[in-house]
Design a protein around this ligand. Structure first.
Ligand SMILES: NC(=O)c1ccc[n+]([C@@H]2O[C@H](COP(=O)([O-])OP(=O)(O)OC[C@H]3O[C@@H](n4cnc5c(N)ncnc54)[C@H](OP(=O)(O)O)[C@@H]3O)[C@@H](O)[C@H]2O)c1
Length: 323
C-alpha cells in the first residue's frame, strides 16, 4: 500500500485547522494523513482528533524548533496564525518567518498559508482614508499576514496563498450577532454601507484547503480567496429575519462609529470593514464563490449556514416594549 502524504495542520483544534483535519480524517481513502499541532495534547479536542486517526504533535508557533520538529518528514503543512490571542502584528510576522524557514529546511512539497490582504497596498500609510493603527498598519490583523507572504517567496517554498472571508460564525462566537437597540429591535451594526461582503461558514475553510491540497502542484504560487456567499448587510438581515422569526434591522454605522465601539480590537475591525466596503470589487473578486465550490462541493451559502447554525446565534430575549 502506498504511504499517505502527511499534512501538518497548525491550529488543528481551532476553526480553520480543525476543518482541514476533519475533512482529511473523514475521507477513508484519502491520499493524506493528518499530523495535528496543538500546545496541549491532553485537551479534549486533541484527544478527539487522535481518536479519529490523527497523529498529535505538541508545538508552539512562537518556537522555531517546535515548528521544525512538527514538520519533520511531512509532505505539506497548513499554516495559520492567531492574531486575536495577542493583537500583535509583529508576533505574527516572526511566527510566519519561522514557518517559512522551517518549511524550506524540511523540504515540504506543498504549503498553504492562510493569509489576508496587506491593505497598505490599497491605502498607503500616509493616506487618511483609513486611520493608521499601531504606527505602521491600516488593518493590523490583515497587513502583517499579507506582509508575511514575502517570507515564503524568499525561501522558495511551494506555497498557495489562501484568503479566508469573514466568518459568519463571528455572530455566534465573536460578539458580532444581532443586539437589541434602545427600541427593543434586533439589529446588526456594521459599517458596510450597501456593499457586498464575502463571508463563509468557518467549518468550510478547511474543506476548501483540502481541495487545494488535492489539486496539488497546479495550486502552487497561486492566490486563492474562498467564500460561501457575497451579500449586503440588508440581504443578510432579510434572510436572518426569516430563519430566526423576528425582524432584524441593519443599523448602518460609519466606520468611525464602529471603531469607537469600545471593545478591544474595534478599531482594527472598523478599519477592516471599511477596507471591505471601500475596496469591495477587489475583495470580492479575490474571494471567488464558484471556485470555492469547486474546491469544496459541500460549501455552504449563507442560507445553508443559517439552516445549520441560526439556533446557536445568541439572541437577547425581547423585553416588554416601552409604549
Ligand atoms: N474570524 C474571522 O472572520 C476571520 C476571517 C479571516 C481570517 N481570520 C484569521 O483566522 C485566524 C484564527 O484562526 P482560527 O479562527 O482557526 O483560530 P481559532 O479557532 O481561535 O483556533 C486557534 C487554535 O490555534 C492554536 N494556537 C493558538 N496559539 C497557538 C500557538 N502559540 N502555538 C500553536 N498553536 C496555537 C490553539 O490550539 P491549542 O490550544 O490546541 O494549542 C487553538 O485551538 C486569525 O489570525 C484571524 O485573523 C479570521
Amino acid at each position: 500500500m502506498e504511504e499517505k502524504k502527511t499534512i501538518v495542520v497548525f491550529g488543528a483544534t481551532g476553526s480553520q485547522g480543525g476543518g482541514l483535519a476533519n475533512a482529511i480524517l473523514d475521507e477513508k481513502n484519502s491520499e493524506f494523513s493528518v499530523r495535528a499541532v496543538t500546545r496541549d495534547p491532553s485537551s479534549d479536542k486533541a484527544k478527539a482528533l487522535s481518536d479519529s486517526g490523527a497523529d498529535i504533535v505538541e508545538a508552539d508557533i512562537n518556537n522555531y524548533e517546535d515548528i521544525r520538529k512538527a514538520l519533520k518528514g511531512a509532505y505539506g503543512a497548513y499554516f495559520v496564525t492567531f492574531f486575536w490571542d495577542h493583537f500583535s502584528p509583529e508576533k505574527e510576522l516572526k511566527q510566519v518567518k519561522d514557518m517559512a524557514k522551517a518549511a524550506k529546511e524540511e523540504k515540504l512539497k506543498h504549503v498553504i498559508w492562510s493569509t489576508l490582504e496587506d491593505t497598505r497596498m490599497w491605502v498607503p500609510l500616509h493616506s487618511d482614508q483609513i486611520p493608521t493603527l499601531q504606527q505602521k498598519y491600516k488593518v493590523p490583523h490583515f497587513d502583517a499576514k499579507g506582509e508575511a507572504n514575502q517570507f515564503f517567496i524568499a525561501e522558495s517554498v511551494p506555497v498557495t496563498f489562501m484568503h479566508a472571508s469573514f466568518y459568519w460564525d463571528n455572530m455566534i462566537h465573536f460578539g458580532l450577532g444581532p443586539q437589541r437597540d434602545n427600541n427593543n429591535n434586533l439589529a446588526i451594526s456594521f459599517p458596510m454601507g450597501d456593499k457586498k461582503m464575502a463571508g463563509i461558514s468557518a467549518d468550510d475553510i478547511g474543506k476548501c484547503a483540502y481541495g487545494i491540497f488535492k489539486k496539488g502542484n497546479r495550486m502552487i504560487a497561486k492566490t486563492v480567496g474562498i467564500a460561501g456567499d457575497q451579500l449586503t448587510c440588508r440581504e443578510m438581515v432579510a434572510m436572518m429575519s426569516d430563519k430566526i422569526g423576528e425582524e432584524i434591522i441593519y443599523n448602518e454605522l460609519t466606520p468611525d462609529q464602529f471603531r469607537n465601539l469600545g471593545f478591544q480590537g474595534a478599531d482594527d475591525l472598523g478599519n477592516m470593514f471599511q477596507f471591505y466596503r471601500d475596496f469591495d470589487d477587489a475583495c470580492n473578486t479575490t474571494r471567488d464563490v464558484a471556485f470555492s465550490k469547486e474546491l469544496n462541493p459541500e460549501l455552504k451559502s449563507f442560507s445553508m449556514w443559517l439552516d445549520k447554525y441560526a439556533a446557536e446565534i445568541p439572541i437577547e430575549r425581547e423585553t416588554s416594549k416601552v409604549r
